[in-house]
Design a protein around this ligand. Structure first.
Ligand code: ATP
Ligand code: MG
Length: 799
C-alpha cells in the first residue's frame, strides 16, 4: 500500500528517491563518499519488493567484500525480514561459485572443484615453473601469478595469451599459463580469477544457460562499481543482457552505484572506465548524481575534497553537508611508530573516559597489514579491547592451511596442490625424492597424483625405494580411513578432529616446548570451533528456511548445507580479500550488544571501503608508507594512493586524526620518512597539530629539523612526556650519536634505496669512483635524477 512505500522513500532526498523509484533502463548512480549510494541500493531492493511486486528470488545484489555483503544482507533483512533469504546478496566470487557448481556439468567439470587462493596458485606456479626449467629469478611465481591474473581479468584465456605477448617474459608466461591451467583442471580446481572468467564463458558459450539466469534475476544491483574489472563488467553485461532473447526474455533491470574517486583496486585490474563509459556500454542509460553528504562534518569533507582535488583528470564534484564544521582534524607527529601507537591508544582512552565515544565508534587505519602489530602490542598492554579485520589472516596461518588441505583432499582427491602440501606433514618419511618419483610417474602416465600414489602402493612406480613405498602405503591407508569417516556422514568438526589426531599433527604440537606451537594449537582449536559453528548455523538455517516457492527450482549443484564441501566453500570465500574468520565476524554485533562499549577496529584502508566510524585514526602518513614507497615517482600509482587517502578521510563521521612517525622500522631497519604529501594537501587551517616535528633548538640534533621536513613549529616536547612511549629512538643507527647522518657509511650499490633531506626517497641507479671521489647517480622520482658526492656529511641515509 501507499503508506509503506512512503516509509521507504520518505527519508531520502529527491535524487536518492529518484534512484530508488527508477524503473526500466539501466541506472548509474555516481556520487562522492557518504552520499547514500549504498543506502539507495538497499532501499531500492526493499522498494522493488514492496512497490513493484518483485520476488526476492529475482534479486541479485553484488558487493565488493564479504563484509559488505554481510552488512547489506543484514540491512535488507531489517527492511524486509525473512523474505530476504531467497535473494542473492554476495560478492562476485561467491555468486560465481554458486553458478559454477550448479552448471558444472555443462562445463564438463565436477561440481566439487576446489578453489585455489593466491597462495595455492603461487605454489602451483612454482611447480610449473620448475618443471618448465624456468630461471626462478627471472620468472618469480609472484610475477607470473600477477601476469596471469591480469590476463584473466581481461578475459584472455591460456590459448590466446601467446598471441598477446609482447616480450620474452610474456611469451614464457603464456607457456606457463597453458600448463598452469592444465594442472588446475587436472586437480579439479579453479583460482579466484577463473571463477569470474569461467562464468563469463558459461554465459557466452551457452545462451540457454544465460537465459535461465536472466529469466530468474530480473534485478541486478552492483555496489562499488568503480572497482569492477573488465571480466566483472562483462559478467554483469552477460547477466543482464542487452536485448530480448529469441524466446523473448527482456534484459534485466540494472542499477550500479559508484564513485570514481574511490577506485582503489587498479592493481587487480579495476578500471573506472566502467563508470565513465557506462552510458556507452548501456545506451539509453540514466545517470543520477548525489551531492549531499550525510556522513561527515564539513571539516572532514573539506579535508577530503582538498586532497582528492590534486588528482589530475577527474571530474570535479563538491560534496556538502548540512552538519556544520565540527571538530578540527587532529594532527600528531610521533618520534617513532611505538610513540604513534601510544598516542592513538592514549587518545582513545581519553575519548572513552570522557564519554565522547565508545570503543566500537573508533577505527584505526594503516596502509599495510604489517603495521597492525605495534598497535596490537600496546592495546594488549593497556587492556584496550580491539579487533583486527584482515591482518595476519587466520586462514593464512600454516597450521590452519595444513588442516584445511587435509579437508580439501578429503573432499576432492584430485586436488594435487593440497595433497602435495600434506604428503609429508607431519613428517612421515615421504621425502622430496619420493615425491618427485611419484610426480614423474603421474606426468608420464597422465594420471592424477593420487592415482600415482596408489600405483606406488602397488609397486608400479619406478625408482621408488622400499622405505618410501612403505611410508606412502601407510599414508594412503590413513587417507582411506578418513574417506570412510567422511562417507559415514559425521559432521565437519569431527572429521577435522580425526585428521588432527590420526595424522599425529596435534600430538606433535602438544609435545613441543616452542610457545609458538601452543598458539598453533589454539588456532587449530579455533578452526574446530569454526567448523562446529558452521554445522550449527547450517542446522538453524535449515530450520528457518522459507518454504521454497513452487515457481522456483531448487539450486542444483550447491553443496548440501552443513557438508564438508559447503564448509570448504565458505572458508575459501571468507578467506578472500577482506575477511575475518566467520566465528569472529559473524557475531561481532552480538558482542556489541552484550557489551555496549564494543571493541576498537584495526584495519587497512582497503578493507575500510564503504564503512563509516564516528572516530577515525589515519596512521603512518609518511611518504614511503602512505603513499606507498612503490607509488613515489609513479604518477598513476600516486593517484591511486591519493584516492586511498580520500577513502580513509571520508570514513570519519565526527573526528579525524592523522599521524606520522619521524622514524619507523621498515624491513628491520629504522627509516626516517618525510611527512606524507597528503598531509600537506590538507589545508593548514583545518588541522590542529597536537604535536609537531621538533624544530631547530628543540633539543637533540639541530639538523633534525630539516631532516624531518616537517612543519616549522614550536616542537612541544612536553606532549611527549605525557605519552608512555615504548621502544626505539633515533639513536638506533649504527654507532651513531645525535648527528647520525654524518656517521652513516654511505657505501651504496645500484638498486639501494635512500632517503635524502632535500630530494626525498630515491633509488641508486649507478655508482662511480671510490673513497673521497665516490659518487652515486640516484633517481629521486619526480625530484629528478641527481649525481651526488658521497663524502663528508651527506644529508642522506641508506634505507
Ligand atoms: P561510500 O562512498 O563511502 O560507500 P555511500 O555513498 O555508500 O558511501 P552510505 O554509506 O549509503 O553512503 O551513507 C552514508 C551515511 O549517510 C549512512 O550512515 C547513511 O545511513 C546516511 N544517509 C544516507 N542518506 C541519508 C538521508 N537521506 N538521510 C539521512 N541519512 C542518510
Ligand atoms: Mg557505499
Amino acid at each position: 500500500d501507499q503508506g509503506s512505500h512512503a516509509d521507504l522513500t520518505g527519508d531520502l532526498n529527491p535524487a536518492q528517491r529518484a534512484a530508488v523509484e527508477h524503473a526500466g533502463v539501466p541506472l548509474l548512480v555516481v556520487a562522492g563518499a557518504g552520499s547514500g549510494k549504498t543506502r539507495v541500493l538497499t532501499r531500492r531492493i526493499a522498494y522493488l519488493l514492496a512497490a513493484r511486486s518483485a520476488h526476492p528470488g529475482q534479486i541479485m545484489a553484488i558487493t565488493f567484500t564479504n563484509k559488505a555483503a554481510a552488512e547489506m544482507r543484514e540491512r535488507v533483512g531489517e527492511l524486509v525480514g525473512r523474505r530476504s533469504g531467497a535473494m542473492w546478496v554476495s560478492t562476485f566470487h561467491s555468486m560465481c561459485v554458486r553458478v559454477l557448481r550448479r552448471e558444472a556439468k555443462t562445463l564438463e567439470m565436477s561440481s566439487n572443484f576446489s578453489i585455489y587462493d593466491a597462495d595455492d596458485a603461487r605454489r602451483l606456479l612454482t611447480l610449473v615453473a620448475r618443471d618448465l626449467d624456468l630461471d626462478s629469478k627471472r620468472y618469480q611465481p609472484r610475477a607470473l601469478a600477477a601476469h596471469i591474473s591480469n590476463l584473466k581479468n581481461e578475459l584472455i584465456d591460456s590459448e590466446s595469451a601467446g598471441s598477446h605477448a609482447t616480450n620474452d617474459f610474456e611469451r614464457r608466461a603464456a607457456e606457463v599459463y597453458v600448463e598452469y591451467q592444465r594442472r588446475l583442471s587436472q586437480a579439479n580446481a579453479m583460482d579466484f580469477d577463473d571463477l569470474i572468467m569461467r562464468t563469463v564463458e558459461l554465459f557466452q558459450v551457452f545462451p540457454d544457460v544465460a537465459e535461465y539466469y536472466r529469466r530468474r534475476f530480473r534485478h541486478v544491483l552492483v555496489d562499488e562499481y568503480q572497482d569492477t574489472n573488465h571480466a566483472q563488467y562483462t559478467l554483469v553485461r552477460e547477466l543482464v543482457g542487452r536485448e530480448p532473447t529469441e524466446s523473448g526474455v527482456e534484459p534485466a533491470e540494472l542499477c550500479v552505484v559508484g564513485d570514481a574517486d574511490q577506485s582503489i583496486y587498479a592493481f587487480r585490474g579495476a578500471t573506472i572506465r566502467n563508470i565513465e563509459e557506462f552510458e556507452r556500454d548501456f545506451p539509453d542509460a540514466r545517470t543520477i548524481l548525489l551531492e549531499q553528504n550525510y556522513r561527515s562534518t564539513q571539516t572532514i569533507l573539506s579535508a577530503a575534497n582538498a586532497v582528492i582535488s590534486r588528482n589530475p583528470n577527474r571530474r570535479d564534484k563538491r560534496l556538502w553537508t548540512s552538519e556544520g564544521d565540527g571538530e578540527k582534524v587532529v594532527g600528531y607527529v610521533a618520534d617513532n611508530e611505538h610513540d604513534e601507537a601510544a598516542f592513538v591508544a592514549g587518545e582513545i582512552d581519553e575519548l572513552v573516559d570522557q564519554g565522547v565515544a565508545k570503543y566500537s565508534d573508533v577505527a584505526v587505519f594503516y596502509r599495510t597489514n604489517n603495521q597492525s602489530r605495534v598497535f596490537e602490542e600496546i592495546f594488549i598492554r593497556l587492556g584496550l579491547p580491539y579487533r583486527v579485520v584482515g591482518g595476519v589472516r587466520f586462514y593464512e596461518r600454516k597450521e590452519v592451511r595444513d588442516a584445511l588441505a587435509y579437508l580439501r583432499v578429503l573432499a576432492n582427491p584430485d586436488d594435487t596442490v593440497s595433497l602435495r602440501r600434506i604428503l609429508n606433514v607431519p613428517k612421515r618419511g615421504i621425502g622430496d625424492r619420493a615425491e618427485a618419483c611419484v610426480a614423474t610417474h603421474a606426468e608420464r602416465e597422465r594420471i592424477s597424483f593420487v592415482s600415482a600414489l596408489r600405483d606406488a602402493v602397488a609397486d608400479k612406480v619406478p625408482m621408488l625405494n622400499p622405505r618410501s613405498r612403505k611410508a606412502i602405503t601407510a599414508f594412503v591407508e590413513l587417507l582411506d580411513g578418513l574417506y570412510e569417516l567422511v562417507d559415514s556422514g559425521v559432521e565437519v568438526a569431527d572429521i577435522l578432529e580425526a585428521v588432527l589426531d590420526r595424522t599425529g599433527y596435534r600430538a606433535e604440537l602438544d609435545a613441543s616446548d616452542d610457545p609458538q606451537d601452543a598458539s598453533r594449537l589454539e588456532n587449530l582449536d579455533e578452526l574446530v570451533t569454526v567448523a562446529r559453528e558452521f554445522t550449527e548455523s547450517a542446522a538453524e538455517a535449515a530450520a528457518l528456511a522459507p518454504e521454497p516457492d513452487a515457481d522456483e527450482e531448487p539450486d542444483g549443484g550447491v553443496p548440501e548445507p552443513g557438508s564438508l564441501p559447503a564448509f570448504l566453500e565458505r572458508v575459501s570465500l571468507v578467506a578472500d580479500a577482506d575477511s575475518i574468520p566467520e566465528s569472529d565476524g559473524g557475531d561481532a554485533d552480538d558482542d556489541e550488544e552484550a557489551d555496549d562499549a564494543g571493541v576498537v577496529t584495526l584495519m587497512t584502508v582497503h578493507t575500510a571501503k564503504g564503512l563509516e566510524y564516528p572516530v577515525v585514526f589515519g596512521t603512518g602518513w609518511e611518504d614511503g608508507v602512505f603513499p606507498h614507497l612503490r607509488a613515489l615517482g609513479e604518477p598513476k600509482e600516486l593517484a591511486e594512493e591519493r584516492r586511498l587517502a580520500y577513502v580513509a578521510i571520508t570514513r570519519a563521521r565526527e573526528r579525524l586524526y592523522v599521524s606520522r612517525a619521524l622514524v619507523r622500522t621498515q624491513w628491520g631497519q629504522p627509516a626516517a620518512n618525510p611527512a606524507s604529501r597528503f598531509l600537506d594537501e590538507i589545508p593548514a587551517e583545518l588541522i590542529d597539530w597536537r604535536r609537531e616535528a621538533p624544530s631547530s633548538g628543540g633539543g637533540g640534533s639541530p639538523r633534525a629539523a630539516t631532516t624531518w621536513g616537517g612543519r616549522p613549529g614550536t616542537g612541544s616536547d612536553s606532549a611527549q612526556s605525557r605519552i608512555a612511549s615504548g621502544g626505539m629512538r633515533t639513536t638506533g643507527f649504527k654507532g651513531a650519536g645525535n648527528d647520525w647522518k654524518d656517521t652513516v657509511a654511505l657505501k651504496l650499490d645500484a638498486g639501494d634505496r635512500v632517503n635524502h633531506d632535500k630530494y626525498g626517497l630515491g633509488t641508486v641507479v649507478s655508482t662511480d669512483g671510490s673513497g673521497p671521489r665516490a659518487t652515486a647517480t640516484i633517481d629521486f622520482g619526480t625530484a629528478g635524477t641527481v649525481r651526488l658526492m658521497l663524502i663528508g656529511s651527506v644529508p642522506m641515509v641508506k634505507l
